[in-house]
Design a protein around this ligand. Structure first.
Ligand code: SAH
Length: 360
């Protein structure tokens, strides 16, 4: 028993010296902290604005606080802002950031410029647990979920790059980087809350798209939670045996369950869904597959993005022929389904869909 006493004190000492990440505190908790330390609660509002609206990385940048208050904050807290460790620019203008987190782990995020838009593509997890056979991120073990501030900071960094390199504002955000956003639901929602709030980046929800492998239970939850952003589902096949062979999640989350959850989504939100779909040679490039997709598209109002395949491997997956793409296009469009072919961006720097794998 005696042995426990010094250990206990040691733990107490360690706890006293470990600084907390200030951005984990809600506004009310920050107010409480200030009151407990003999300060006026409105200081919390000021600090909150520096942290979220102005994204400062250092307490000394909080110039409307006295030196004494800044020192007190420094003694108790850290600001764990992400660090853009390596930035690569593609010939087509796309920027890929390797983002270092406070514990040294790395995720990637991408800025995609077009004539009309600048889109930030952000990661939600370090690595991914879903094992989709065609995706480079699937080869990285899932290490952990990103915190809300780590997701938020990726957007802030890209917003700054957008203004610096293109002289234009960031217009859209897609959760299509590393990881499965709906397996990190609470943190992704908390980040979106900040991105869309007036105390944060004040971006319109309709400018945001969350892309998922199609977890039925979570789609129902999102519908119940009344979310206002867009939903994209990475479909890739509307035949169970084919989808299961390339996306193992389909074994426990079948197309029927997915379809039911999407009906519920549409009933509750009245929002269309976008299906992401790659056509591969010999896997899903025949008429039978296109017909199955068309049938799936009739479940709820939707759009289809036929995305170009970005090779990541030794050739197990290959982009289908132009004729196969045209066949899909014609069938879907002639049945009233809006369909777009999405060309890849940033391929030369491995920044395109499914290529994010921390190569740099
Ligand atoms: N887990 C989420 C978010 C990742 S988004 C999801 O599955 O939607 C990444 C998108 O790129 C998904 O639509 C994914 O299916 C697609 N993708 C993955 N690997 C790809 C590749 N090699 N070429 C083209 N698209 C790919």
């Amino acid at each position: 028993m005696n042995q426990f006493i010094p250990l206990f004190y040691l733990c107490m000492m360690v706890e006293a010296t470990v600084k907390r990440d200030i951005r984990k505190l809600k506004l009310d908790e920050l107010k409480e902290f200030f009151v407990q330390h003999g300060q006026k609660p409105f200081r919390a509002q000021q600090v909150y604005e520096w942290l979220w609206k102005k994204s400062v990385k250092d307490f000394d940048e909080m110039t409307n606080l006295s030196l004494e208050v800044r020192e007190m904050l420094k003694a108790h807290f850290t600001i764990n802002f992400i660090k853009v460790d390596n930035m690569q620019r593609s010939a087509d203008g796309t920027i890929k950031n390797a983002v270092k987190l406070h514990d040294g782990l790395i995720v990637e995020s991408v800025l995609i410029p077009t004539d009309k838009r600048i889109t930030a593509c952000v990661s939600s997890q370090v690595g991914c647990s879903l094992a989709c056979k065609f995706c480079a991120t699937a080869r990285l073990k899932r290490m952990r979920n990103l915190n809300p501030d780590e997701i938020y900071d990726q957007v802030v960094a890209i917003k700054q790059q957008s203004e610096l390199y293109f002289g234009r504002p960031l217009t859209n955000i897609v959760f299509m980087g590393m990881g499965e956003p709906l397996l990190n639901y609470n943190n992704v929602m908390a980040a979106i809350e900040k991105i869309t709030s007036q105390q944060g980046l004040n971006m319109a929800s309709k400018r945001l798209t969350v892309s998922t492998v199609g977890l039925a239970k979570m789609i129902i939850k999102m519908a119940d939670d009344g979310v206002k952003f867009n939903l994209a589902v990475s479909l890739h096949s509307a035949l169970n045996h084919v989808r299961s062979s390339i996306m193992p999640i389909n074994d426990t989350n079948s197309l029927e369950e997915l379809g039911e959850s999407l009906k519920y989504w549409y009933k509750k939100t009245k929002r269309k869904v976008t299906y992401e779909y790659v056509v591969w040679k010999g896997i899903n490039d025949s008429e039978e597959h296109a017909q199955a997709l068309l049938k799936f598209c009739k479940i709820i109002p939707c759009k289809v993005n036929l995305i170009e395949y970005n090779p990541i491997d030794d050739g197990e997956f290959q982009q289908a022929s132009q004729e196969a793409i045209d066949m899909y296009m014609h069938l879907l469009e002639s049945n009233g389904i809006t369909t777009r072919v999405r060309k890849s961006r940033g391929k030369d720097i491995d920044a395109a869909c499914g290529q994010l794998a921390n190569k740099s």
